[in-house]
Design a protein around this ligand. Structure first.
Ligand code: NAD
Length: 415
């Protein structure tokens, strides 16, 4: 989970990027504060009849460029600080991609692995009820994040629609296609990540057919990225989930790994691989490292030992500020989270547009538009990096933060 300093890191990165943007103090200071933070307590009847309380959050970090947009995370260690951090990253990410959205995030501190599906449903409905005044297609549109999925989005859409008295599909994205979800949303984050990764590989003069990758996290983002990359001939040598990590320098058979995970609920114990710790896996030989789980997994403890030449941040906020500096010195090419994992919010945007228009696109159209937007974003960030002689994260921040600042300035200060 995000370390307690995660928001300090957001502010540190903002300060760094302001050396290039030179924003007027009134605008710079506005970007340092979340606009609104809602804390809710959720009484939920558990299957044994007991009423248990969960704490939930929803944060709108900045809405200068449009309605707030961001996922909802269910995890035992979710904190308000983490949700604010992730909402800030969503703000820069939506602006960098040039979507007409601000940034938001939500979370509930809970351990869904110890809850029944009915308990998760009741908690989701209560959470939706408590944040209903905060969300809506014109104001704030949630989506899935860690340990939330399309079924949970369907319950949110249904609860919100029940409150309104009519169906409001545009209130969430990442919902099932049969109630207004978009084709291609499930794989969008991983597709987007692979698109920018292949651009980076080409830019650096490597050939992806000779590369080996390790992926930390084997959920929506990590498992689908493993599929797409292995289809493209990249050898997946390391994989990790919350229970452990596996490594095979000759390459893992992703289909067999998936079957093992489905049978045992864990990657640990997969027979055709060495069993290693997650921290060890980060430092084992690979060309591309893809963090696709929790925040802060690339940190001061392991950054020096990393052998990968490219890091593609599928996860949000996976690299601490200190680790970033070490990796920069080592010359590792980092595709920062706000660029690398933006494919999810791009197709979420498509879903929202389709819901509002009540007119749906085919998958081919969605994939083409996604690829076009991600390629353009990569090239724009790379051009800034080359022009200003900065790393890709700083360049991505220059673009994203710069656009938010411009919108804030032109809208002016109320009253
Ligand atoms: P998910 O819940 O589908 O999967 C999470 C995976 O991480 C699981 O395999 C879990 O076992 C593993 N995991 C949990 N704790 C771990 C730990 N300490 N070490 C190693 N593995 C661990 O979540 P997801 O949707 O794939 O999201 C993963 C990351 O990608 C998050 O940081 C999320 O914010 C980011 N992200 C997701 C999307 C999206 O569209 N789902 C979009 C942008 C960014």
């Amino acid at each position: 989970m995000a370390n307690d300093n995660s928001f300090q890191d957001v502010l540190g990165r903002l300060e760094d990027v302001n050396k290039y943007l030179n924003l007027p103090p009134a605008i710079y200071n506005r970007l340092r504060y979340p606009r609104r933070s809602l804390i809710v307590s959720l009484p939920v009847r558990m299957d044994n009849g007991e009423v248990k309380y969960f704490e939930g959050y929803r944060v709108h970090y900045n809405t200068a460029r449009g309605p707030a947009k961001g996922g909802i995370r269910y995890h035992p260690k979710v904190t308000l600080n983490e949700v604010i951090t992730l909402a800030a990253l969503m703000t820069w990410k939506c602006a960098l991609i040039d979507l007409p959205f601000g940034g938001a995030k939500g979370g509930v501190a809970c351990d869904t692995t110890k809850m029944s599906r009915d308990e998760i449903k009741r908690m989701t409905r209560r959470y939706t009820h408590e944040i209903a005044m905060f969300i809506g297609p014109e104001s704030d549109i949630p989506a899935p994040d860690m340990y939330t999925d399309e079924q949970i989005m369907a319950w949110i859409m249904d609860t919100y629609s029940t409150i309104k008295g009519y169906s409001v599909p545009g209130v969430v994205t990442g919902k099932p296609v049969c109630i207004g979800g978009s084709l291609g949303r499930k794989s969008a984050t991983s597709q987007g990540l692979v698109t920018v990764l292949l651009e980076a590989i080409q830019h650096l003069g490597f050939s992806h057919g000779n590369l080996a990758a390790s992926i930390i996290g084997f959920g929506n983002v990590g498992a689908i990225a493993a599929d797409i990359l292995s289809e493209k001939g990249v050898r997946i040598v390391g994989l990790a989930d919350s229970k452990g990590a596996i490594y095979n320098p000759k390459g893992l058979d992703i289909k067999a790994v998936k079957k093992h995970k489905a049978d045992t609920k864990s990657l640990a114990g997969f027979k055709d691989a060495e069993q290693v710790s997650i921290d060890d896996l980060v430092c084992l030989q690979c060309d591309v490292l893809i963090p696709a789980a929790v925040a802060g997994q690339i940190n001061i403890r392991n950054a020096k030992g990393i052998k990968a030449r490219i890091i593609a941040e599928g996860a949000n906020d996976p690299t601490t500020l200190e680790a970033d500096a070490i990796l920069k010195d080592k010359g590792v090419f980092i595709l920062p989270d706000i660029l690398a994992n933006a494919g999810g919010v791009v197709v979420s945007y498509f879903e929202w547009v389709q819901d509002i228009q009540r007119y749906f696109w085919n998958e081919d159209e969605i994939q083409k538009r996604l690829e076009g937007i991600m390629t353009k974003a990569f090239k724009h960030v790379l051009a800034i990096a080359q022009d200003k002689k900065v790393d890709m994260r700083t360049a991505a921040m220059i673009l994203g933060v710069g656009r938010v600042a411009e919108a804030s300035a032109v809208r002016g200060l109320y009253p």
